[in-house]
Ligand binder design. Structure first.
Ligand code: IVH
Length: 707
């Protein structure tokens, strides 16, 4: 029997298992993101999704060297949908890491203490305040005048909602006090419970669908194309952070909140300074008791390190600041009956079981589906059709099944038998050794895989064709307008058929064709990512493009690697024993044998090559350009820190080096460019000297990076 690595505790994973697990998590999370953001059809509960991200984060923390180039921790959130102009955030709008219990909060304080190298008795003050369940917004003021409001979007690029925000009474259009010339105030827009009720009652009278919860109602109101409608919705805001700012205004988070108040922004009156982890946990408890009396929804408490100089030193780990954390409230639970387990087929053929539930309200939201992850999850919890189950919904939208109430199980119930054939195409479904997922082997023969691949192809990180989203792909495929990616670039031949679609006309067809034409020229990295090769995310797409330069070079190398692999299918450790092209592939940063195998398997399928051939004739693929690394002296260099550093912690040193484009590794080899030594450096320094690698003191290192 094969072991299911996904059930092994993080502390017990071997490095090899950790590597596989990170690969699985990256692929799973991308799939979930896709169903959630692109297809508006989540396949996993938020709690389960959080759990996946958390496991990924924990494994990365334990095995920092195994962090993948396409790690999900590098990505932020919701992609922008069209309808509003796009706005680039000069300072990204990030998300927050989560804490679920007191221990996590203590760990957070511990991490901050270690990172900053603080003594055990040095006090760490944090500002604690409720985490509002609304939408984040960034308000830009120039010379005290309100000029722009943008949603978070994916964190880097949001939507321009200035006209709508301008209708909000709580937001000053002019700040009377003296403020920095450029000031971006960030906060959360929300709807109060009374307002939410009133809106829903009105919607019922107007025969419109009710909003599921205040947050959805607030989102719907803020993203109205008609500001007159927004004006009728009493949106409110709490301000809590800054984005771009031309002059610093405070030394602490707390002082910043006081400044916001003076300038006339609403600041949450429950915000408070906590002086320790215990104090923070007590505040969390206190607010959780108040929660049901508040007029707005909150889903936890946010703690932010008070000293801004410390915040700056702590910096960010791609998705979230190290200096802040969200301490969530426990999930809400409810009981219902599982009617049926159905199987969904994803882009890479993964069969995902979905629980169809008798609809039930959990925390104000009606829930009728939950994902069951995989066959092991079903077996472990012994989940069966007809069972009464306890479901839980943490924070956001969809729930997970936490437990089966076996006493209520019908007498004739049978264990669920996972299909051994794909329900969509009938191909054999197999589970690879050490993998948790069962996959359909049909490839492009499977209509479900074909469709999901097309959706991936047009997704935001891939071809990102305006006006051609997942729903259009569904419809166009059903209507026989497209079958393969290349067909998209032949849609101009179908003008007549498109024009006759319901609700369409010449203008909509012209717009679509124009946005397709805009994408006919595409960077190689996007094309590689768009192909939907298992495990190949955006970052790997970029690596491959940079490494091979042109589409022709990439394909010919991949074909050679494929031939080599087919001749040597059994080697699992040493790429050199497989062949030269295969080794070159595995040598690329972030690509190991398992990913290389997925790539050669993909290239080895004639239908996939046919898709690529077809595309290369239709597209103008831009060669990859090597980035300019001249800016930082250590960009692209491999650095090892050893010994105990005096002036900064190891974590901070690593973070700074990485921010300047260096790669930090744990052991010295011929590939190492610099070894930086603290006190008691030990054998790594000796090895560096033996290999003739420059050894730097801390001061020399500082001089190098500051030069
Ligand atoms: S601070 C860089 N404070 O939670 C830190 N965020 O899960 C910025 N949120 O995107 C976030 N209430 O939209 C902060 N009091 C609060 C918040 C809060 C709600 C949201 C915010 C953020 C998300 C992260």
């Amino acid at each position: 029997m094969t072991i299911d690595i996904s059930t092994i505790a993080v502390e017990q994973l071997t490095p090899e298992q950790a590597k596989q697990e990170l690969a699985r998590l990256a692929a799973d999370i991308v799939n979930h993101d896709q169903s959630y953001y692109q297809n508006d059809a989540p396949t996993v509960s938020d709690a389960d999704y959080d759990a996946l991200r958390r496991r990924n984060q924990d494994i990365e923390a334990r095995f920092p060297d195994l962090v993948r180039a396409d790690s999900p921790s590098e990505k932020i959130g919701v992609a922008v949908t069209s309808g509003f102009a796009k706005v680039n955030h000069a300072v990204p709008m990030l998300s927050l890491g989560n804490a679920f219990n007191a221990e996590d909060v203590h760990d957070f304080f511990g991490r901050v203490r270690r990172f900053l190298g603080l003594k055990d008795d040095e006090q760490i003050d944090v500002v604690a305040e409720p985490k509002i369940d609304g939408l984040s917004i960034s308000l830009r003021y120039e010379n005290g005048e309100f000029v722009l409001a943008a949603t978070r979007g994916d964190g880097r690029e949001g939507e321009n909602v200035t006209d709508n925000v301008a209708t909000m009474h709580e937001i000053s259009k002019t700040i009377a006090a003296a403020v920095p010339d450029v000031l971006e105030v960030r906060g959360e827009v929300y709807l109060g419970h009374d307002a939410f009720q009133a809106i829903n009652e009105q919607r019922e009278r107007d025969d419109e669908a009710r909003f599921a919860n205040p947050r959805n109602a607030a989102a719907g109101s803020l993203r109205q194309l008609d500001s007159a409608i927004t004006a009728q919705r009493p949106l409110q805001m709490f301000a809590y952070a800054w984005g771009e700012i031309s002059d610093p205004v405070a030394e602490t988070q707390w002082e910043f909140l006081q400044a916001l108040k003076r300038w006339g922004f609403p600041v949450n009156p429950l915000a408070r300074i906590c002086t320790s982890a215990e104090d923070a946990v007590a505040y969390h408890q206190e607010i959780s008791e108040l929660r049901s009396d508040l007029d707005y929804d909150i889903d936890g408490i946010v703690y932010k390190v008070n000293r801004i100089d410390w915040q700056q030193r702590l910096g960010f780990v791609s998705r979230a600041p190290r200096w802040a954390i969200a301490h969530k409230f426990p999930a809400e639970k409810a009981q219902t009956v599982l009617k049926e387990i159905t199987i969904q087929v994803g882009r890479t053929g993964a069969l995902t079981p979905v629980a169809n539930l008798v609809p039930v309200t959990v925390g104000g939201v009606v829930v009728s589906r939950a994902t069951l992850h995989n066959t092991d999850e079903i077996a472990r919890k012994d989940i069966r059709e007809g069972d009464s189950v306890v479901i839980q919904r943490a924070g956001d939208v969809i729930p997970q099944i936490v437990e089966v109430i076996t006493e209520k199980r019908p007498a004739d119930s049978k264990p669920f038998v996972f299909p051994d054939h794909c329900p969509e195409c009938g191909s054999l479904a197999v589970r690879e050794p050490d993998e948790a997922v069962v996959r359909c082997t049909g490839g492009l023969i499977c209509p479900a895989q074909k469709l999901e691949r097309l959706k991936h192809f047009v997704s935001r990180q891939a071809f990102d064709i305006d006006g051609l989203g997942g729903k259009h792909i569904d419809a166009f495929q059903a209507e026989g307008l497209i079958d393969t990616p290349g067909d998209i670039f032949r849609l101009h031949d179908k003008h007549e058929q498109l024009r006759q679609r319901e609700g369409w006309g010449d203008k909509s067809v012209d717009n679509l064709i124009a946005s397709i034409e805009l994408r006919r020229t595409i960077p190689l990295e996007r094309l590689i990512f768009a192909l939907g090769i298992r495990q190949v995310g955006q970052a790997t797409g970029r690596q491959l493009a940079l490494h091979y330069g042109t589409l022709a070079a990439w394909i010919s190398e991949m074909q050679q690697a494929t031939d080599e692999r087919q001749a040597n299918p059994d080697e699992t450790k040493k790429p050199e024993l497989v062949g030269e092209a295969f080794t070159r592939l595995c040598d690329i940063d972030g690509i190991g044998i398992s990913m290389a195998d997925d790539i050669v398997q993909f290239i080895g399928q004639p239908q996939n090559l046919a898709v690529i051939d077809d595309l290369s004739a239709a597209l103008n693929v831009e060669d990859a350009v090597q980035p300019d690394t001249s800016a930082s002296k250590i960009s692209g260099k491999v650095v090892v820190f050893t010994g105990s550093l005096e002036t900064i912690s190891r974590a901070e040193a690593k973070a700074t080096a990485e921010a300047l484009g260096a790669k930090v590794t744990g052991s010295v080899s011929k590939k190492t460019d610099y070894v930086v030594i603290g006190t008691d450096p030990g054998s790594k320094a000796t090895k560096a000297k033996d290999l003739g690698i420059p050894v730097l003191s801390e001061e020399e290192w500082q001089a190098l990076i500051n030069s």
